[in-house]
Design a protein around this ligand. Structure first.
Ligand code: XMP
Length: 179
């Protein structure tokens, strides 16, 4: 895998520091108020696993998954593959946790589905924010890093299903995409 990497954007140490910083903000917001963390599969699961262990607040953990169908990477129709139960959402304060906020479509879609299902509040926490790519109006309430418009892999983020297990976040060599 290492041979496919062009450059490392965030090392394991960088990730730990960013994660601690954002975890403090999240913990300060919720204090002792219970919340339900909804982790967005698959990419968000590593970030979720690490951040919840730094949140000394009463929380429950759930998951959501979204697929995009149709015309390729950006414009396809979104559909829910997995969604928390009614009981997990209704009247709850929800914290959506994902690896990256890119166009904003996934999180906007999930946020509106959660509110429709009766969530009292939906906040968003992302590891990475790529504001240059936004196509819908959506801002994260908590974010660890803002990045430029580059495609990144590692720490949950994949290309064609691979590289999620890299412990750092990196930019792939252009030849890898061309293959
Ligand atoms: P948006 O915000 O566009 O994000 O709905 C949807 C999903 O796209 C994936 N994504 C990426 N995955 N490197 C990746 O490995 C990237 O740079 C990247 N940008 C977006 C990610 O799964 C996100 O949840």
């Amino acid at each position: 895998m290492a041979k496919d990497i062009e450059r490392i954007l965030f090392t394991e140490t960088d990730i730990r520091a960013g994660l601690s910083r954002v975890a403090q903000e999240v913990a300060a917001y919720y204090r002792d108020a219970p919340c339900t963390v909804v982790s967005v599969l698959k990419g968000g699961c590593l970030f979720t696993a690490d951040i919840i262990r730094q949140l000394p607040v009463p929380l429950r953990l759930s998951f959501a998954a979204v697929s995009s169908y149709g015309d390729g990477t950006t414009g396809g129709r979104l559909s829910l593959d997995y969604f928390p139960t009614d009981q997990e959402i209704r009247e709850q304060r929800i914290l959506l946790v994902d690896d990256i906020l890119d166009t904003g479509r996934t999180l906007a879609f999930l946020r509106s589905a959660l509110l429709k299902q009766g969530a009292r509040e939906v906040k968003t926490c992302v590891l990475l924010d790529k504001p240059a790519r936004r196509t819908v109006t959506y801002e994260a309430d908590f974010r660890a890093f803002v990045i430029e418009d580059v495609f990144v892999v590692g720490y949950g983020l994949d290309f064609a299903g691979s590289y999620r297990n890299l412990p750092y976040i990196a930019v792939l060599r252009p030849e890898v995409y061309a293959e």
